[in-house]
Design a protein around this ligand. Structure first.
Ligand code: FE
Length: 181
């Protein structure tokens, strides 16, 4: 299954430079998100989830156009589905839910929306808007709820143009160690 790790490196190399409406490349954003998860003491699975949370954008050749045109490609589900060939739900579930986590936080934290990046604010409506109370209640009972919120915080904070960014290579061992046995 280490072939998947090679595929991940290949995807980052080919598509990591792509923009997604943020000033930062996708690769830097994902690496910074993983570094943030590590610095917050997240589990290995959540660090890997942060590193790979936007991999769905790499799987759709058209994703840059889709973003520019305001089409939602469901990158969170695409990425989680692709990663499920090699990683367990401790990695894939928070990825699948990181957009829902944004919708949730917009509903429960008054200041959360204003603190989002411009691209994240713009995509909210496309992603279903602020979560309703009944949806939020259901979401909060998901087994991956806490991990999804943590990943989301790392996602939101992994957009610092000035921050030092680790290399993907720094995460190779962690990726291999986190593969589903
Ligand atoms: Fe992200």
């Amino acid at each position: 299954m280490t072939g998947v790790v090679e595929e991940i490196f290949d995807l980052f190399a080919r598509f990591g430079g792509g923009e997604y409406g943020e000033a930062l490349s996708l690769e830097r954003h994902m690496l910074q998100s993983a570094a943030m998860a590590r610095s917050l003491g997240a589990s290995n699975a959540v660090v890997v989830a942060a590193l790979l949370h936007d991999v769905g954008y790499f799987l759709v050749p058209d994703s840059a156009n889709a973003i520019a045109e305001g089409r939602d490609i469901g990158h969170e589900a695409l990425g989680a589905a692709w990663l499920s060939q090699a990683f367990g739900t401790d990695v894939t579930a928070p990825i699948a839910l990181h957009v829902q986590a944004k919708r949730y936080l917009c509903g429960v934290e008054p200041d959360y929306f204003a603190g989002l990046s411009k691209a994240s604010r713009l995509s909210l409506a496309l992603q279903g808007g602020v979560m309703r109370a009944d949806e939020a209640e259901r979401f909060a009972s998901d087994p991956a709820f806490e991990a999804a919120l943590l990943l989301r915080r790392c996602d939101d904070r992994g957009k610092d143009l000035a921050a030092a960014t680790p290399a993907l290579e720094d995460f190779r061992q962690l990726l291999v160690a986190t593969l589903r046995r």
